[in-house]
Design a protein around this ligand. Structure first.
Ligand code: MLT
Length: 258
């Protein structure tokens, strides 16, 4: 059995911990706009999931699961000396946040879900994950960026956002990204958990998200009692990166109330 691992992270600010969990196939740097704006309210901690960014990879042929990633976040909270945290995840990071809720709910002060979904993969999506794993193993991260990168952004991204996105893709080891794809293929359906979530929830979603269209996300958020849903104008799948001003205002308002 793979043991949980404390993760590499970047932090700003002090006070109650707010953990940011990145999406696929990225690292902590996607939260740069949030780390710049929110440290007055929280000790903001953006983690690199196992094998991504600066986090170590203890196995050259890794296998992952959303549960393992969630347990790594819990081990990181232990290292930070934090009993509880606000847990914020984007897309795959949202799958991890929902796994964290299932496995460590007493440690969750609030959940912030961004451009994510609760359902498991269907058969077609599962086959797609296998193709993604094969693509990165055989052709590397540039090939994945060419295929997926443009679909992650809204219609008018800044050059800075596009370049940072590309940098993050190219920085990840293909074996790690292949393992992410297979872990997402095997993730469970989190939909049955939604009505039982009894901490405050904020859901941020790009109005132009091509991968996870906003109407479906709004309907999912409605299954969580009291969840606040905020559409992000000009945002694609990377909404907090693409429109940090609106995302940070919504985060600030949500965090101040608690
Ligand atoms: C992500 O951004 O993390 C991915 O789009 C998630 C997924 O492919 O399901």
């Amino acid at each position: 059995m793979t043991e949980p691992l404390a993760l590499a992270y970047e932090e700003r600010g002090s006070g109650p911990v707010l953990v940011f969990i990145h999406g696929f196939p990225l690292d902590r740097r996607m939260w740069i706009g949030q780390l710049a704006a929110l440290p007055k309210l929280r000790r903001c901690v953006a983690v690199d999931l196992r094998g991504h960014g600066l986090s170590v990879l203890d196995n050259p042929k890794p296998t992952f699961s959303m549960d393992l990633f969630a347990d790594d976040v819990a081990a990181t909270l232990d290292e930070l000396g934090a009993d509880q945290a606000d847990i914020c995840g984007l897309s795959m990071g949202g799958y991890v946040a929902l796994a964290f809720w299932r496995r460590h709910r007493d440690r969750v002060r609030s959940l912030i879900l961004c451009d994510t979904k609760s359902e498991a993969d269907g058969e077609e999506a599962k086959a797609g994950r296998e193709k993604t794993a094969q693509l990165v193993r055989e052709q590397g991260m540039e090939a994945l960026f060419d295929q997926l990168g443009p679909k992650l952004l809204g219609s008018d991204p800044t050059e800075e956002t596009r370049l940072l996105l590309r940098d993050m893709f190219l920085a990840q080891p293909p074996a790690v990204i292949a393992a992410d794809a297979l872990a997402m293929r095997d993730r469970p359906d989190s939909t049955p958990d939604l009505p039982g979530i009894d901490v405050p929830v904020l859901w941020l979603h790009g109005e132009e998200d091509q991968l996870m269209p906003i109407d479906g996300a709004r309907a999912t958020a409605e299954k969580i009692p009291g969840a606040v849903f905020v559409p992000i104008p000009g945002g694609g799948h990377m909404a907090p990166m693409e429109n940090p001003k609106v995302a940070n205002d919504a985060l600030g308002e949500f965090l101040k109330k608690k």
